[in-house]
Design a protein around this ligand. Structure first.
Ligand code: ASP
Ligand code: MG
Length: 402
């Protein structure tokens, strides 16, 4: 008999009927003789609601109090679920992040797990309890509640699976696993049975929002298999995320899209050693995440640098750049908004000639202009206008997954 971590997302626990379905899933697993640790999210849109209520109170919330507030959603779910399991005749105990405790650093809203104390959970399991844990939260060394960032309950689940040496981590959600592309955009999306950590990390960071990126990083580091399954479909086999690379000669495993992109170009940056460093140091000091970077050389004494930031960081980035324009000796700062990044992902890309050409052909056939291209061993991304993005995703998917 082993230990299984089961995680149920917000849509799976949205109301009382759904909690009942979840209870059945938990009881089934318990009946097969395993020890069960369950991690849950806040019900439905509770976290969104808490954030909008916070905005009614202030435009400028303290980061510490923000975490105190948003962590409450999960606490409601764990209590209800434990009570329900009691009514079904099972022993169950709910635990918040700080009761375990899951020790994190003090970066409110985006804290990182340092250490998990297993003892409380292990004691409860030993006396036949199902342990129900509030996702997405921990506590720092000074007893402040911290949260892991939106979608962070996945990370709680995989971190617990790692720390408790679970056999596997089942992540239940409202879709039947990971798909080659978002089924809401492409009708013909195909379910992926197996995907390796590297590919999953790329898919997650590229905007396929099924799993929290950090949970995949942890799973990869400690080699914990994750099964993404549907809560509501019977006999869902879902997708296995593990270190297994596909045996078949699949070129790409998925197409992903991220709509939240803007592009900034610094024209006429002095072509001097250290200038590029100075620019990106400035941005990193201000906590701005840069994605794609392209440096192009103009006339001898100047270069242009283009990079992308999230739309939500655009205004802040432009403000910082304009303030430092003279210091950077930049001639001009240009920007383009409302772009999408469309990417293909697959460990087969590096060894297969012609993948990029196929992708560009799909775009050419639809007359879609690419604003920027970037490639890595297992990924090719292009920037397109947001209006073209869904057409691009469909065309590319069609090309590779006929
Ligand atoms: N409730 C949190 C959120 O909505 C964490 C999670 O669902 O994973 O982001
Ligand atoms: Mg989620």
């Amino acid at each position: 008999m082993g230990l299984i971590v089961q995680k149920f997302g917000g849509s799976s626990v949205a109301d009382t009927d759904k909690l009942k379905k979840v209870s059945e899933k938990i009881i089934n697993e318990k009946k097969s003789g395993n020890d069960i640790v369950v991690v849950v999210s806040a019900q439905g849109k509770t976290t969104d609601r808490l954030i909008s209520e916070e905005r009614e109170v202030t435009d400028n919330p303290s980061k510490r109090e923000h975490d105190v507030l948003v962590s409450t959603g999960e606490q409601i779910t764990i209590a209800k679920l434990a009570m329900m399991l009691h009514d079904f005749g099972y022993k169950a105990v709910s635990l918040t992040g700080w009761q375990i405790p899951i020790i994190t650093n003090s970066e409110f809203g985006n804290s990182r797990i340092r250490y998990i104390h297993n003892e409380t959970i292990l004691d409860l399991l030993a006396s036949d309890n199902i342990v129900i844990v509030a996702g997405f939260q921990g506590v720092d060394e000074n007893y402040n509640i911290t949260t892991f960032g939106r979608g962070g309950s996945d990370t709680t689940a995989v971190a617990l699976a790692t720390s408790l040496k679970a056999e596997r981590c089942d992540i239940y959600t409202d879709v039947d696993g990971i798909f080659t592309v978002d089924p809401r955009i492409v009708k013909n999306a195909k379910k992926i049975n197996n995907i390796c950590y590297e590919e999953m990390l790329e898919m997650a960071s590229l905007g396929a929002k099924v799993l929290h990126n950090r949970c995949v990083e942890i799973a990869q580091k400690y080699n914990v298999p994750i099964y993404v399954k549907s809560t509501f479909e019977k006999d869902s086999i879902g997708t296995k995320v593990s270190n297994q690379k596909p045996l078949e000669d699949l070129v790409i495993n998925g197409v992903a899209k991220d709509d939240n992109i803007s592009r900034i170009t610094i024209v006429g940056l002095e072509n001097k050693i250290g200038k590029t460093y100075e620019l990106f140091k400035l941005l990193s000091d201000n906590n701005i995440n840069i994605d794609i970077i392209v440096q192009a050389f103009g006339e001898t004494s100047m270069k242009n640098i283009t990079f992308t930031v999230k739309m939500t960081d655009l205004n802040r980035t432009l403000k910082i750049l304009n303030k430092n324009k003279d210091k950077l000796n930049a001639k001009e700062i240009l920007h383009a908004e409302n772009l999408s990044k469309v990417s293909i992902v697959g460990v087969g890309i590096a060894n297969k000639p012609g993948v990029a050409a196929d992708m560009f052909e799909a775009l050419y056939e639809k007359n879609i202009n690419m604003h920027m291209i970037t490639t890595s061993e297992i990924k090719i991304s292009v920037l397109v206008n947001i209006e073209d993005a869904n057409i691009a995703v469909n065309a590319i998917h069609e090309k590779f997954f006929k």
